[in-house]
Ligand binder design. Structure first.
Ligand SMILES: C[S@@+](CC[C@H](N)C(=O)[O-])C[C@H]1O[C@@H](n2cnc3c(N)ncnc32)[C@H](O)[C@@H]1O
Length: 331
């Protein structure tokens, strides 16, 4: 389960405590409704911004962190020392990236909403990490052509879904042009979010990017109409989050879709794996794995008789990679 960095959770609690709790709860309700109605611009008041940092930020943080850890997993020797975040909101990615790579020493955050920038700066103001509180915030709209300098890592997280088609294309182009090493796009784990990821994937394949994850290939995506490729991250709920939602659970699960692309060719055959795309079905004497493979979707059944493979498969979770191609056991 993911927890926010202590400094960030303290800063959020401090900000949220500044408004009346009923206003916070009301804003949270409005925010959820806006999400459900697929509205494009919904973080439009102070109360909604605070609802975002109090409740949505921890969830998007867990999705971003899980995705960044996948870069570490797939590209262990890639050094990342600079970050460009497009559609940065209150700076969620900044915190997740500095947690993953403390060596990041240059951060540029691009956001069109001045008030969100101001809130993001407030959250970082007491950080003891000099690279967190010296991040450069740019108040720009990605609908316009910008010439961003090259950064090792570029992230567009939960932002494409708020853009019209032309802005999305513009943002993808600018993101890829500014990428020195790795680009990450993350969207909500919904049909709509996945469609944005497919759009980004098509763009990246046309741009001759190396697709690092989650896809183990560059073939046409085998996920069929009505289904969507997504993963899940578990995040700890704060006490005010539990109170606002009237929930008792100490955590919530955030569903997300993502794509990681690299400009560098990596050593090793990084695409020689399959991706576990659903919770493994662990039965008494066998395990079913639903996999995305080089040859499309497939279900592998790992029998207890296949001792080594079974031992490995027992440890797998949804979203993990399965390096062994157990052709003889595939259905
Ligand atoms: C849902 S928030 C996500 C924030 C953060 N990336 C995260 O994952 O928590 C999306 C942010 O993208 C920003 N955004 C949307 N369209 C934009 C554009 N055309 N130019 C710059 N920022 C944009 C919004 O203002 C908002 O703050």
């Amino acid at each position: 389960m993911t927890s926010l960095p202590y400094e960030l959770s303290q800063a959020i609690e401090m900000e949220v405590s500044k408004i009346d709790f009923s206003l916070f709860s009301q804003a949270l309700l409005e925010l959820s409704l806006s999400y459900r109605n697929n509205e494009k611009v919904f973080i439009t008041s102070l109360a909604r911004r605070l609802a975002y940092i109090g409740v949505r930020l921890p969830a998007t943080y867990s999705a971003i962190l899980a995705t960044l850890l996948e870069i570490k997993n797939k590209l262990p020797s890639t050094q990342l020392t600079s970050l460009l975040d497009l559609g940065a909101g209150p700076g969620t990615t900044l915190w997740a990236a500095l947690t993953t790579w403390p060596e990041i020493s240059k951060v540029t955050l691009v956001e069109r909403d001045r008030e969100m920038i101001s809130l993001g700066k407030t959250l970082t103001s007491n950080s003891t990490n000099p690279f967190i509180n010296s991040a450069q915030w740019l108040n720009l709209d990605l609908a316009n052509k910008q010439n961003f300098s090259q950064h090792d890592l570029v992230v567009v997280s939960y932002a494409l879904g708020e853009m019209d088609s032309a802005t999305k294309q513009n943002a993808l182009l600018q993101a890829w042009q500014a990428t020195e090493k790795v680009l990450v796009i993350i969207e909500p784990g919904t049909v709509k979010g996945f469609h944005n990821i497919l759009l980004a994937r098509d763009f990246l394949i046309l741009s001759e990017a190396n697709i690092i994850a989650p896809c183990p290939h560059k073939n046409v995506c085998p996920i069929t109409e009505g289904d969507w490729c997504h993963f899940s991250g578990r995040v700890e709920r704060s006490s005010f989050h539990r109170r606002a939602k009237g929930g008792v659970l100490s955590y919530e699960d955030e569903k997300f879709s993502y794509i990681i692309a690299s400009k560098e060719l990596t050593s090793g055959n990084y695409s020689d794996y399959s991706r576990v795309i659903r919770h493994p079905l662990k039965r008494p004497r066998h395990i079913h794995l639903d996999l995305c493979t080089n040859n499309g979707l497939s279900r592998a059944t790992i029998s207890q008789k296949n001792k080594d493979a079974y031992k490995l498969a027992r440890k797998l979770s949804w979203g993990d990679t399965w390096e062994q191609m157990l052709k003889e056991t595939q259905e």
